[in-house]
Design a protein around this ligand. Structure first.
Ligand code: SF4
Length: 237
């Protein structure tokens, strides 16, 4: 059954694509977290999630709001045990105004299901709340947010996490990990182990599911998908 699900995922991927262990030092993470970043988003002092989301809609703390359709805030139960932190909204998310609703989000959902984790019980959000892109013909191509944009947006996901206080925080990809650990994280060498951070008793670094969509070789995609699922099973324990 599991294999067939993987097959399903990878087949879906095929269609779509046609087209040192973590060593963050807790103390240093905590130290940097309290540091104020010039130009960072101004977040209202509230424990009301609706107020937070409403304020994020008008954020102009970095230039990314200019070319995006809307702010894409996190969503999910506010008592979630698990928070999944991605990079930024993609094309579909930008249009729909919800996180992880495009191809990478569907793949994440399949991987979570295989790992025995119900996505509906997770809170999903991004390190950067506006879609950064560049035009290529009629398409909008994803562009990685830079350090200043990641820093400017940090107060938003931090406010979400202060509210939710999850047991588990999952950094999906390098941008999310950079936002949390405030240093460059080499995901491929640091993925898969769990450390304590100021944000969660257990923080896991793994890949962003969109990276699976970019693997051209089917066998490698299978292998990487299975590895991703294996890491997500840590959340079910
Ligand atoms: S990306 Fe973040 S910091 Fe920049 S304008 Fe959007 S919400 Fe504000």
């Amino acid at each position: 059954m599991k294999n067939s699900l993987v097959e399903l995922s990878v087949n879906a991927l095929d269609r779509i694509s046609r087209k040192r262990k973590p060593s963050p030092h807790r103390s240093s993470v905590r130290g940097k977290m309290s540091a104020k970043v010039a130009g960072a988003a101004k977040v209202p002092a509230t424990s009301d999630w609706d107020v937070l989301r409403g304020a994020a809609r008008t954020c102009k703390a970095c230039p990314l709001y200019k070319n995006a359709t809307q702010t894409v805030f996190g969503e999910g139960p506010l008592k979630a045990r698990i928070v999944l932190l991605g990079e930024q909204p993609g094309d579909a998310e930008d249009l729909e105004g919800r996180p992880f609703v495009g191809p990478a989000g569907r793949l994440l959902e399949r991987a979570l299901a295989e790992a025995g984790v119900d996505r509906a019980r997770c809170y999903v959000t991004n390190a950067v709340k506006h879609f950064k892109w560049k035009p290529r013909g009629k398409r909008r191509l994803h562009e990685k947010p830079n350090n200043a944009e990641i820093a400017a947006c940090r107060p938003w996901w931090q406010a979400e996490l202060k509210l939710i206080r999850p047991q588990f925080l999952v950094c999906l990809g390098g941008t999310a990990a950079r936002a949390v650990f405030e240093r460059e994280v080499k995901v491929m060498s640091e993925r898969g182990s769990i450390v304590k951070t100021a944000w969660a008793e257990r923080t896991l670094v793994t890949i962003h599911p969109s990276s699976l969509l970019r693997i051209p070789d089917s066998e490698a995609r299978h292998r990487e998908f299975a590895r991703f699922v294996g890491e997500l099973t840590l959340l079910a324990k």
